[in-house]
Design a protein. Structure first.
Length: 221
Protein backbone atom coordinates (compact mmCIF):
# COMPACT_ATOMS: atom_id res chain seq x y z
CA UNK A 1 0.00 0.00 0.00
CA UNK A 2 1.54 3.27 -1.15
CA UNK A 3 0.65 6.46 0.73
CA UNK A 4 1.28 9.98 -0.51
CA UNK A 5 1.10 12.83 1.98
CA UNK A 6 -0.06 15.90 0.05
CA UNK A 7 0.16 19.30 1.71
CA UNK A 8 -1.74 22.14 0.04
CA UNK A 9 0.13 25.43 0.36
CA UNK A 10 -0.56 29.05 -0.40
CA UNK A 11 2.00 31.59 0.79
CA UNK A 12 2.79 29.33 3.73
CA UNK A 13 6.57 29.42 3.78
CA UNK A 14 6.61 30.12 7.54
CA UNK A 15 4.31 27.17 8.23
CA UNK A 16 6.29 24.85 5.98
CA UNK A 17 9.51 25.82 7.72
CA UNK A 18 7.97 25.03 11.09
CA UNK A 19 5.90 21.89 10.43
CA UNK A 20 7.23 20.16 7.31
CA UNK A 21 10.23 18.65 9.19
CA UNK A 22 7.99 16.43 11.34
CA UNK A 23 6.13 15.18 8.27
CA UNK A 24 9.38 14.22 6.58
CA UNK A 25 10.88 12.67 9.71
CA UNK A 26 7.87 10.57 10.70
CA UNK A 27 6.39 9.54 7.33
CA UNK A 28 8.79 6.76 6.45
CA UNK A 29 7.69 4.82 3.40
CA UNK A 30 5.38 7.56 2.15
CA UNK A 31 5.97 10.10 -0.58
CA UNK A 32 5.62 13.73 0.52
CA UNK A 33 4.20 16.29 -1.89
CA UNK A 34 3.54 20.00 -1.58
CA UNK A 35 0.79 21.22 -3.89
CA UNK A 36 1.40 24.94 -4.25
CA UNK A 37 -1.56 27.17 -5.07
CA UNK A 38 0.35 29.83 -7.04
CA UNK A 39 2.15 31.25 -4.00
CA UNK A 40 3.83 34.63 -4.28
CA UNK A 41 6.15 34.16 -1.30
CA UNK A 42 9.26 31.98 -1.17
CA UNK A 43 7.47 28.69 -0.51
CA UNK A 44 8.60 26.82 -3.61
CA UNK A 45 12.19 28.04 -3.37
CA UNK A 46 12.31 27.10 0.31
CA UNK A 47 11.24 23.52 -0.41
CA UNK A 48 13.56 23.16 -3.40
CA UNK A 49 16.57 24.41 -1.45
CA UNK A 50 15.95 22.57 1.82
CA UNK A 51 13.90 19.45 1.04
CA UNK A 52 14.85 18.07 -2.38
CA UNK A 53 13.02 14.79 -1.70
CA UNK A 54 9.68 16.61 -1.45
CA UNK A 55 7.78 16.56 -4.72
CA UNK A 56 6.32 19.91 -5.75
CA UNK A 57 3.14 20.33 -7.77
CA UNK A 58 2.63 23.90 -8.95
CA UNK A 59 -1.02 24.76 -9.55
CA UNK A 60 -1.59 27.57 -12.04
CA UNK A 61 -4.01 29.51 -9.82
CA UNK A 62 -5.10 29.71 -6.21
CA UNK A 63 -8.35 27.82 -6.57
CA UNK A 64 -8.81 27.32 -2.85
CA UNK A 65 -8.86 24.01 -1.02
CA UNK A 66 -11.16 22.13 -3.36
CA UNK A 67 -9.77 23.07 -6.77
CA UNK A 68 -6.24 23.05 -5.37
CA UNK A 69 -6.51 19.41 -4.37
CA UNK A 70 -8.54 18.40 -7.41
CA UNK A 71 -5.89 19.84 -9.73
CA UNK A 72 -2.95 18.45 -7.76
CA UNK A 73 -4.09 14.91 -7.06
CA UNK A 74 -4.26 13.92 -10.72
CA UNK A 75 -0.45 14.13 -10.63
CA UNK A 76 0.01 11.94 -7.52
CA UNK A 77 0.80 8.24 -7.86
CA UNK A 78 -0.35 6.41 -4.72
CA UNK A 79 -3.00 4.03 -3.42
CA UNK A 80 -3.91 6.34 -0.54
CA UNK A 81 -3.89 10.14 -0.49
CA UNK A 82 -3.29 11.84 2.85
CA UNK A 83 -4.60 15.39 2.60
CA UNK A 84 -2.72 17.32 5.28
CA UNK A 85 -2.90 20.95 6.29
CA UNK A 86 0.35 22.88 6.29
CA UNK A 87 -0.05 23.80 9.98
CA UNK A 88 0.11 20.21 11.25
CA UNK A 89 2.80 18.49 13.29
CA UNK A 90 2.64 14.72 12.98
CA UNK A 91 3.75 12.15 15.55
CA UNK A 92 6.12 9.17 15.34
CA UNK A 93 4.57 6.09 13.70
CA UNK A 94 1.38 7.98 12.88
CA UNK A 95 0.93 6.13 9.58
CA UNK A 96 1.11 2.60 11.01
CA UNK A 97 -2.42 2.41 12.53
CA UNK A 98 -3.84 3.99 9.38
CA UNK A 99 -2.26 1.37 7.12
CA UNK A 100 -3.37 -1.44 9.42
CA UNK A 101 -6.96 -0.21 9.38
CA UNK A 102 -7.12 0.09 5.61
CA UNK A 103 -5.76 -3.46 5.37
CA UNK A 104 -8.19 -4.83 7.96
CA UNK A 105 -11.34 -3.03 6.75
CA UNK A 106 -11.56 -3.46 2.96
CA UNK A 107 -14.59 -1.16 2.55
CA UNK A 108 -12.98 1.70 4.47
CA UNK A 109 -12.54 4.54 2.00
CA UNK A 110 -11.67 7.47 4.26
CA UNK A 111 -9.85 7.57 7.61
CA UNK A 112 -9.19 10.36 10.09
CA UNK A 113 -6.70 10.17 12.97
CA UNK A 114 -7.13 11.86 16.36
CA UNK A 115 -6.75 15.64 16.00
CA UNK A 116 -5.12 17.35 18.99
CA UNK A 117 -4.44 21.03 19.64
CA UNK A 118 -0.87 22.01 18.79
CA UNK A 119 -0.87 24.76 21.43
CA UNK A 120 -2.51 22.61 24.12
CA UNK A 121 -1.42 19.11 23.26
CA UNK A 122 -3.48 17.27 25.86
CA UNK A 123 -6.73 18.66 24.40
CA UNK A 124 -8.66 17.98 21.22
CA UNK A 125 -8.58 20.50 18.39
CA UNK A 126 -11.66 22.12 16.94
CA UNK A 127 -11.26 20.90 13.35
CA UNK A 128 -12.17 17.23 13.52
CA UNK A 129 -11.29 16.31 17.11
CA UNK A 130 -12.28 12.64 17.51
CA UNK A 131 -14.38 12.24 14.40
CA UNK A 132 -17.27 14.01 12.73
CA UNK A 133 -21.01 13.32 12.82
CA UNK A 134 -24.24 14.91 11.58
CA UNK A 135 -27.21 15.70 13.80
CA UNK A 136 -30.86 15.24 12.85
CA UNK A 137 -30.99 18.74 11.37
CA UNK A 138 -27.96 18.16 9.18
CA UNK A 139 -25.47 20.14 11.26
CA UNK A 140 -21.94 18.73 11.63
CA UNK A 141 -20.38 18.15 15.04
CA UNK A 142 -17.43 16.23 16.51
CA UNK A 143 -16.65 13.95 19.40
CA UNK A 144 -14.20 15.70 21.68
CA UNK A 145 -15.76 19.14 21.45
CA UNK A 146 -19.10 20.74 22.20
CA UNK A 147 -19.42 24.04 20.34
CA UNK A 148 -16.28 25.91 21.52
CA UNK A 149 -15.55 23.64 24.49
CA UNK A 150 -12.75 21.16 23.80
CA UNK A 151 -12.28 18.00 25.86
CA UNK A 152 -9.03 16.92 27.41
CA UNK A 153 -7.60 13.79 25.79
CA UNK A 154 -7.60 11.10 28.47
CA UNK A 155 -7.64 8.21 26.01
CA UNK A 156 -11.44 8.14 25.99
CA UNK A 157 -11.45 8.12 22.18
CA UNK A 158 -8.56 5.75 21.50
CA UNK A 159 -10.92 3.60 19.48
CA UNK A 160 -11.57 2.70 15.88
CA UNK A 161 -15.13 3.48 14.88
CA UNK A 162 -17.26 4.50 11.99
CA UNK A 163 -17.97 8.22 11.68
CA UNK A 164 -19.96 10.37 9.27
CA UNK A 165 -17.22 12.73 8.12
CA UNK A 166 -13.47 13.17 8.43
CA UNK A 167 -11.74 16.52 8.72
CA UNK A 168 -9.88 18.00 5.79
CA UNK A 169 -7.10 18.99 8.19
CA UNK A 170 -5.90 15.38 7.97
CA UNK A 171 -7.86 13.00 5.77
CA UNK A 172 -6.72 9.71 4.27
CA UNK A 173 -8.71 8.65 1.22
CA UNK A 174 -8.28 5.89 -1.32
CA UNK A 175 -7.21 7.26 -4.67
CA UNK A 176 -9.79 5.11 -6.45
CA UNK A 177 -12.61 6.49 -4.31
CA UNK A 178 -11.50 10.11 -4.65
CA UNK A 179 -11.58 9.83 -8.44
CA UNK A 180 -14.80 7.79 -8.44
CA UNK A 181 -16.45 10.68 -6.58
CA UNK A 182 -14.88 13.20 -8.98
CA UNK A 183 -13.01 14.75 -6.09
CA UNK A 184 -14.19 17.74 -4.12
CA UNK A 185 -17.16 19.82 -5.19
CA UNK A 186 -15.52 23.08 -6.27
CA UNK A 187 -18.62 25.08 -5.35
CA UNK A 188 -17.04 24.89 -1.90
CA UNK A 189 -13.98 27.18 -2.06
CA UNK A 190 -13.01 26.24 1.49
CA UNK A 191 -14.81 24.71 4.50
CA UNK A 192 -17.51 22.00 4.64
CA UNK A 193 -16.13 20.41 1.46
CA UNK A 194 -14.94 17.40 3.46
CA UNK A 195 -18.42 16.85 4.89
CA UNK A 196 -19.84 16.86 1.37
CA UNK A 197 -17.16 14.45 0.10
CA UNK A 198 -17.73 12.02 2.96
CA UNK A 199 -21.50 12.22 2.57
CA UNK A 200 -21.15 11.25 -1.09
CA UNK A 201 -18.77 8.43 -0.18
CA UNK A 202 -21.31 7.05 2.29
CA UNK A 203 -24.01 7.25 -0.37
CA UNK A 204 -21.76 5.03 -2.51
CA UNK A 205 -21.59 2.45 0.27
CA UNK A 206 -18.14 3.26 1.63
CA UNK A 207 -17.10 3.52 5.28
CA UNK A 208 -15.50 6.56 6.90
CA UNK A 209 -13.49 5.65 9.98
CA UNK A 210 -11.80 7.36 12.91
CA UNK A 211 -8.59 5.75 14.17
CA UNK A 212 -7.72 7.08 17.62
CA UNK A 213 -4.42 5.23 17.89
CA UNK A 214 -2.93 7.63 15.35
CA UNK A 215 -2.71 11.30 16.28
CA UNK A 216 -1.52 14.61 14.89
CA UNK A 217 -1.35 18.15 16.28
CA UNK A 218 -3.15 20.94 14.42
CA UNK A 219 -2.53 24.66 14.89
CA UNK A 220 -5.80 25.69 13.28
CA UNK A 221 -7.41 29.05 13.82
Amino acid sequence: MKIAVVILNWNGEVLLERYLPSVISYSQGADVYVADNASTDGSVAFITENYPTVKIIQNAVNGGFTKGYNDALVHVDADIFCLLNSDVEVSPNWLIPIKETFNNVPDAAIIQPKILDLLKKDHFEYAGAAGGFIDQLGYPFCRGRLFQTLEKDNGQYNDVREIFWATGACMFIKKSVFHELNGFDEDYFAHQEEVDLCWRAKNHGYKILYVGTSHIFHLGG
